[in-house]
Design a protein around this ligand. Structure first.
Ligand code: PEP
Ligand code: MN
Length: 332
């Protein structure tokens, strides 16, 4: 249920109302807009007398919320959310995230970080713990990989995003600016619940075969625990098509725009699996209104330890970054 307050209600009256709502056993989520405050009432609202609340002189309207994702829904929070990732405001302007699939060495990572920074990227990506289909494939440099990410951050000033697969590793992630939850863990609910209790942004990827509503429910797991710094990421879904690694569902952008206030970014690298398909899909994502893109870049794609086929060279990325900024200018 949401309760929209009238304009210019005094803080004292607002507090009295919130106290009373809490005494009814409800959780109250406060969203301060520029002119109006919206209270999201969470919990069992079936016995709440909406007419009674609406009759209060400081209340403009009361509405029941139909979506089960109470905190992620735009109904509670009409304004777009902006998530601060180490000083980069995701949701304000176009955010470009780039870097290798996996951290391989200091030389590789710092070299790529310097290149993408020159091209105007805002955040460095790189996997230290890698979720690989085969247990015989490179599993990532793990703790050593995280240390190298810190080195690259220090060298370039770029904030870092990297994947967490096991909550037991969280103490190693102190210097990480944004935690990525990969497609395979989108419905690892115990992991998501733990992320609700920490104060770090989470980049939540859509699962390989998950609906948009399921993605929002997973975001809700994190947000209902108190951590509202969630960024949603589309990375392609499984369909019958085999010409591409996955099928990029770009219609998710306008759909999510309606349903949620959270920022939406697109990963065309994992979606297509082929470097030559990444630039057109990245540009299409920007044209469709994405808040950002995440692109795999490798200095030597032929010899990458993971996902070389879909990685752009720094030179190709540089050209794409320029094109993306131009498209953004046109559609913003
Ligand atoms: C990744 O970003 O490196 C990754 C493993 O992505 P996904 O979880 O989307 O497969
Ligand atoms: Mn990858």
């Amino acid at each position: 249920m949401i309760c929209v307050l009238k304009q210019n209600v005094s803080g004292e009256r607002e507090e009295q109302l919130i106290k009373w709502l809490k005494s009814l056993g409800l959780g109250v989520h406060i969203s301060e807009g520029e002119r109006q405050t919206v209270l999201g009432l969470i919990g069992d609202t079936s016995k709440v007398d909406a007419d009674l609340i609406e009759s209060l002189d400081i209340v403009e309207a009361v509405r029941r919320v139909s979506e089960p994702y109470k905190t992620a829904t735009r109904q509670f929070h009409p304004a777009d959310s902006v998530v601060d990732v180490g000083g980069v405001k995701v949701g304000e302007g176009l955010t470009i995230i780039a870097g290798p699939c996996s951290v391989e060495s200091e030389e590789q990572l710092v070299g790529i970080a310097r290149e993408i920074k020159k091209s105007g990227a805002h955040i460095l990506r790189g996997g230290a713990f890698k979720p690989r289909t085969s247990p015989y494939s490179f599993q990532g440099l793990k703790e050593e990989g995280l240390k190298l990410l810190s080195v690259a951050k220090k060298e370039t000033g770029l904030p870092i995003v990297t994947e967490l697969m096991d909550i037991d590793h969280i103490d190693l992630f102190d210097d990480v600016d944004c935690i990525q939850i990969g497609a395979r863990n989108m419905q690892n609910y115990e992991l998501l619940k733990e992320l609700g209790h920490i104060n770090k942004p989470v980049l939540l990827k859509r699962g390989l075969a998950n609906t948009i509503n399921e993605l929002l429910m997973s975001a809700e797991y994190i947000m209902s625990g108190g951590n509202e710094n969630v960024i949603l990421c589309e990375r392609g879904i499984r369909t019958f098509e085999t010409a591409t690694r996955n099928t990029l569902d770009l219609s998710i952008i306008p759909v999510l725009r309606e349903k949620t206030h959270l920022p939406v970014i697109i990963d065309p690298s994992h979606a297509t699996g082929k470097a030559n398909l990444v630039p057109p899909m990245a540009l299409a994502a920007v044209a469709a209104g994405a808040d950002g893109v995440m692109i795999e870049v490798h200095n030597d794609p032929m010899h990458a330890l993971c996902d070389g086929a879909q990685s752009l060279t720094p030179a190709r990325f540089d050209q794409l970054a320029d094109q993306m900024r131009k498209v953004r200018e046109v559609v913003k």
